[in-house]
Design a protein around this ligand. Structure first.
Ligand code: ADP
Ligand code: MG
Length: 199
């Protein structure tokens, strides 16, 4: 079973991964965006780490809803509200249980991913974070490592896609041939989850 401490460690590991990879995320956002994805997420997840440590929410659902609210208030641009919605909606789906099972987390994450799709109007294949998140949430029924692999594969698969949502879509066919920054950061988020589950 996964308790609040597990979810706090997930957010801390996600913040560390975003710190480590911020330059790469910004580099990916320069040919098909405005070169701010790394700095956006770094600001957001630094705030998440701080608030989660300071307030130490006592349930898995409370950790994720607090983290989501923080992302929405601290990150401008498309990705703040989208990632904020992902975590908030996933947290809400977990309810107020003190511990949740892996299948319960998988189901809650699918509710979070569906809320992202609804908010942003994107679907699989549109070259967004959903291309990593949808396969990861589906694979999480199997294992954390399978989910991590699915997210990484999903992020790589965005390269040949033409963007149909977000800033990259303004480039039309010129968005083809570049990996999507948001799908890449989503793969980091899932990798942080697998890391915490494995260690
Ligand atoms: P901005 O595009 O406002 O500069 P970021 O650079 O932080 O915001 O985030 C860009 C990422 O957000 C994209 O790579 C993409 O994955 C994701 N994104 C943008 N629009 C959408 C959308 N409508 N639905 C899902 N994800 C989206
Ligand atoms: Mg950007």
């Amino acid at each position: 079973m996964l308790d609040a401490d597990f979810f706090r460690r997930w957010m801390t590991a996600a913040a560390a991964a975003v710190d480590r990879e911020a330059d790469r995320l910004t580099e990916l956002d320069s040919p098909i965006g405005d070169a701010d994805h790394g700095s956006n997420l770094k600001r957001g997840f630094t705030a998440v780490r701080e608030v989660v440590e300071a307030e130490a929410p006592e349930t898995p659902g409370a950790v994720l809803t607090l983290a989501g609210r923080q992302l929405i208030s601290k990150v401008g641009g498309a990705s703040g509200p989208l990632y904020g919605t992902l975590l908030r909606r996933t947290g809400k789906a977990l309810g107020d249980a003190a511990e949740v099972s892996q299948p319960e987390l998988a189901e809650a994450l699918r509710a979070g991913v569906a809320a992202v799709a609804q908010l942003g109007g994107a679907a699989a294949g549109d070259k967004t974070m959903l291309d990593a998140l949808i396969p990861a949430a589906d694979a999480l029924d199997e294992s954390f490592d399978v989910a991590r692999a699915a997210a990484e594969k999903g992020a790589l698969a965005t390269t040949p896609m033409q963007a149909r949502k977000g800033r990259a879509s303004y480039l039309g066919e010129r968005s083809i041939g570049h990996q999507d920054p948001g799908a890449t950061s989503s793969a980091l988020l899932i990798a942080a989850l697998a890391e915490v589950a494995g260690g």
